[in-house]
Design a protein. Structure first.
Length: 132
């Protein structure tokens, strides 16, 4: 399943899936989550090579990010949006949640404190309502 949230400045997409795996360890450190995190990074890199981003480079992480009571494996990249050449951030969160993999992808413009607050608020709002 996927759910997309967009405003003028940001895009956040939530993915939840299990690939038929019955038991997925909760949190950021289970083997399924770590494998999916590596795959998601590879997918971002493939997307960049296909023209979604230019000059993609890690800027923060990879590491663990705590949002509310949830712990995600996370990484943030800097990049250039190819269409309008504006600098952007793209962020990835992955965690195990209720026997599913929860992946969150966010894009927002660099040099925009309001957009950065907005992407953080979206993830905070989700984490504050998620039930373990």
């Amino acid at each position: 399943y996927a759910w997309n949230y967009e405003t003028q400045a940001i895009t956040t997409t939530f993915y939840i899936y299990n690939f038929g795996i019955a038991k997925i360890q909760p949190g950021a450190r289970g083997s399924v989550v770590l494998t999916q995190f590596k795959q998601a990074i590879a997918d971002i890199e493939v997307g960049a090579k296909a023209g979604r981003y230019e000059q993609l480079a890690p800027s923060k992480g990879p590491g663990d990010c705590t949002v509310g009571a949830m712990v995600f494996r996370c990484i943030t990249f800097t990049a250039i949006h190819p269409r309008d050449k504006r600098p952007v951030f793209t962020r990835l969160f992955v965690t195990g949640y209720r026997n599913y993999v929860l992946k969150i992808r966010q894009d927002w413009p660099q040099n925009s404190p309001a957009a950065e607050r907005e992407v953080d608020a979206v993830v905070q709002a989700f984490a504050s309502t998620a039930k373990p």
